[in-house]
Design a protein around this ligand. Structure first.
Ligand code: SAH
Ligand code: SF4
Ligand code: F3S
Length: 431
């Protein structure tokens, strides 16, 4: 394959963003440069997300927008990667014949073979049980913080979710390979790592479970902060809470998706916990780590969600007081159990419920942020903008803007002088 410029557009979660870093790593090792516009590229890659209809729609529109480029330049290669590629495979190629290659998340390494012209297939969607062992170079988007995959796939089959069909069975990456990657990141000046998996709590390699993995990573030189996403409430143990508490580098933040406050809906969702069990774990967390910030995901308008069920989600948010949430309207996905359930909710009701939830949470988030005014927070500086503002995050994952040029990668103590809904303003305190 000729050509030396690649354009990649990424949709979806941090796992997809990290897959993009890996794809760019392969392209770079073959002499490609990344360009900002598809019209300047010899290869265009869409790294797609299938989690909700909207994400898929966005990809299809982007794909439609480059059709004319392919007409003008038949040499242009179009690769569709990610979760839509995995789910639709051949169907997508039938629908959009100008796609050149379809590559599922387990087959990213095949890009190398494609670039070397060693391959005549167009579709690479076989599940690869060994994906956790494959080494692929990464072109990191950031130089202070880095993503590290520790698990692949998901076995939970939440009734609404396509991920078990797009990312395959759950596989844990060997512990030595994880530690080696993080040691290298520490040596290269990275300060923060985020461990990625759909359900990191169920990590296991022999005797090493997730809390033991955190303890090992905590020893690695150079790394100052450790984060992880996502934790499934059913697998959140006291052992993990202790690891967060006692490993000094593990940050005081957990993303723990609740999804709904009604036990009837949680059961239909196949989440495997009740609201009471979830709430008990929130209490354990706050008892052990009083400053911990807790964020969550909520789905509104799941099939059969009556007003009284929705009210239970509202009450849950009032009772728990999350630091922040991501809230979504239920989107029926072909092949999932929830798409076939009776009692689908109208778009209008879903929209009303989403607005109500977001309004309530905005107030809670703002109030919680206000409590931080006047406090001293440890901030890792991640970026600097043109106006000499430095931006970083607290250990609890809140964004802080500081009106000084501090230098990325530095960890400093900052006094919070003003709280907004989505960020905090801070000033350096004289040490
Ligand atoms: N593995 C993670 C995240 C999966 S996707 C976890 O279990 O929490 C991120 C979020 O998208 C989910 O937590 C859920 O809130 C939302 N989501 C997944 N499928 C959805 C669907 N069909 N409709 C609406 N939201 C969905
Ligand atoms: Fe989807 Fe549930 Fe797996 Fe998360 S745990 S990826 S929501 S099936
Ligand atoms: Fe992520 Fe979307 Fe796939 S959320 S796992 S890219 S379906």
């Amino acid at each position: 394959m000729k050509g030396r410029a690649v354009y990649i557009k990424t949709f979806g979660c941090q796992m997809n963003e990290h897959d993009t870093e890996r794809m760019l790593g392969i392209f770079e090792s073959k002499g490609f440069i990344e360009v900002e516009e598809p019209k300047k590229a010899d290869i265009v890659v869409f790294n797609t997300c299938a989690i909700r209809q909207k994400a898929e729609q966005k990809f299809l529109s982007s794909l439609g927008r480059i059709k004319h480029l392919k007409k003008k330049n038949p040499e242009l290669k179009i690769i569709v990667a990610g979760c839509v590629a995995q789910l639709q495979g051949e169907k997508l190629l039938d629908r959009v014949p100008y796609i050149d290659y379809i590559i599922g998340p387990d087959n990213i390494h095949m890009i190398e073979n494609i670039l070397e012209n060693q391959i005549s297939n167009k579709i690479f969607t076989d599940e690869n049980p060994l994906v956790a062992n494959i080494k692929i170079p990464a072109k990191r988007m950031h130089h202070v913080k880095a993503w590290v995959n520790i698990m692949y796939g998901c076995n939970n089959y939440c009734a609404y979710c396509v991920v078990p069909y797009t990312r395959g069975r759950e596989r844990s990456r060997p512990v030595e390979s994880i530690l080696e990657e993080i040691r290298l990141l520490g040596e290269s000046g990275f300060k923060e790592i985020t461990l990625l998996g759909q359900n990191v709590n169920s990590y296991r390699d022999g005797d090493i479970d997730f809390p033991s993995l955190l303890e090992k990573i905590n020893e690695i030189k150079g790394i100052e902060r450790i984060r992880f996403v996502t934790s499934h409430p059913k697998d959140l143990s006291k052992r993990l809470i202790n690891a967060i508490k006692y490993c000094d580098k593990v940050c005081e933040h957990i993303h723990l998706p609740l999804q709904a406050g009604s036990n009837k809906i949680l059961k239909l969702m196949n989440r495997k916990y009740t609201y009471e069990e979830y709430f008990e774990k929130i209490c354990w967390l706050r008892e052990a780590i009083p400053d911990i910030s807790i964020t969550s995901d909520i789905i509104v308008g799941f099939p059969q969600e009556q007003d009284e069920d929705f009210e239970k989600t509202i009450n849950a948010l009032k009772e728990i007081q999350f630091d922040g949430i991501f809230a979504f309207k239920f989107s029926p996905r072909t092949g999932t159990v929830a798409a076939k359930l009776d009692g689908q909710i109208s778009e209008e009701v879903k929209s009303q419920r989403l607005t109500e939830i977001l309004k309530l949470q905005d107030k809670i988030t703002e109030r919680k942020n206000k409590l931080l005014e006047g406090t001293i927070q440890e901030v890792l500086i991640e970026d600097k903008d043109e106006e000499e503002y430095s931006t970083g995050r607290t250990r609890t994952n809140k964004i802080v803007k500081i009106a000084s040029d501090i230098g990325t990668g530095k960890i400093i103590n900052v006094k919070i002088i003003k709280a907004h809904r989505h960020s905090l303003e801070g000033e350096i305190i004289k040490q």
